[in-house]
Design a protein around this ligand. Structure first.
Ligand SMILES: [Cu+2]
Length: 286
């Protein structure tokens, strides 16, 4: 037993030191959180990891204890007990309590990810095979497409498969509503450092929001298999201080096409009117 214990200690020490010595940035845990929301996701994850570890170790301890204490050698005459009401209630009730305790903060976070109280601006994201399209309904409704830069065209320092020609540009420290949809098949707009992974569904408008504190470049990928080019439609978000963002908007208005269609809100209003009319018609025919 002593030998086994020292073996285990040596193995564990080696494993942990190896893990630490070889881990560089990006290899362990999450990316650095860029939003408060992602910070909360990390905190929740760490909390649940502790609960999971304690439960796993407890079950492991029970297994070892039972196989040791009640082995044929140490326990030649086994007990004939088959039921114990108290313990059966306990092992049903306690896991339920643990699950509910974990579910409450988890659901809170899920709802928080979907909506904020107020927004400073809206961006519409449209997934296509195999590129992203970004629309700015609050800044003149211009739109542009965002394609991955092929490997042979990369500049020095560019990241392979994670660099695009036109990133999504947003201001820092602003609540930004993001409306996500798709033009052809399912895609998913995912930004790990912002705690976002929202499906882009044709014919449906999904909603999420971000508020990025630090200006910089953030990267994600399409996360819903969407065909041959699925691995080649990265998401790049460039966060600028507000004044630089406004300068970029002025430039973008000249560089990119403007969507001449009716404004987004008008479209939504019209759809609501159309469906209201339909309901009235249905009620009348009853
Ligand atoms: Cu995809």
């Amino acid at each position: 037993m002593a030998l086994m214990k020292s073996f285990f200690t040596i193995f564990l020490t080696l494993f942990i030191s190896k893990l630490h010595a070889s881990a560089t940035d990006w290899q362990l845990s999450f990316q650095n959180p860029a939003t408060d929301l992602m910070k909360e996701v990390v905190t929740l994850h760490n909390g649940i990891l502790i609960v999971m570890t304690v439960i796993t170790l407890f079950v492991l301890f029970l297994l070892f204890y039972v196989s040791f204490r009640f082995s044929a050698k140490r326990n030649p005459v086994p007990s004939t007990t088959t039921h114990n009401t108290i313990i059966e209630i306990l092992w049903t009730a306690i896991p339920i309590v643990i699950l509910v305790v974990m579910a409450i903060p988890s659901f809170k976070l899920l709802y928080k990810q979907e909506k904020s109280d107020s927004y400073d601006m809206t961006v519409k994201v449209i997934g296509h095979q195999w590129y992203w399209e970004y629309e700015y309904p609050d800044h003149g409704n211009f739109y542009f497409e965002s394609y991955m830069i092929e490997e042979e065209d990369l500049q020095k320092g560019d990241l392979r498969l994670l660099t695009v020609d036109n990133p999504l540009v947003i201001p820092a420290n602003k609540n930004i509503q993001i409306l996500i949809t798709a033009g052809d098949v399912l895609h998913s707009w995912a930004m790990p450092s912002m705690g976002i992974k929202t499906d882009a569904v044709p014919g449906r408008l999904n909603e999420t929001w971000i508020n990025v504190k630090e200006p910089g470049t953030y990267r994600g990928q399409c996360s819903e298999i969407c065909g041959r080019g699925h691995g080649f439609m990265p998401v790049v978000v460039k966060v600028l201080p507000e004044n630089e963002f406004m300068a970029w908007v002025n430039e973008a208005k000249n560089n990119y096409a403007v969507n001449e269609d009716i404004e987004l809100n008008e479209t939504l209003d019209n759809e609501i009117i159309v469906s209201k009319n339909k309901i009235i018609q249905l009620e009348e025919t009853k």
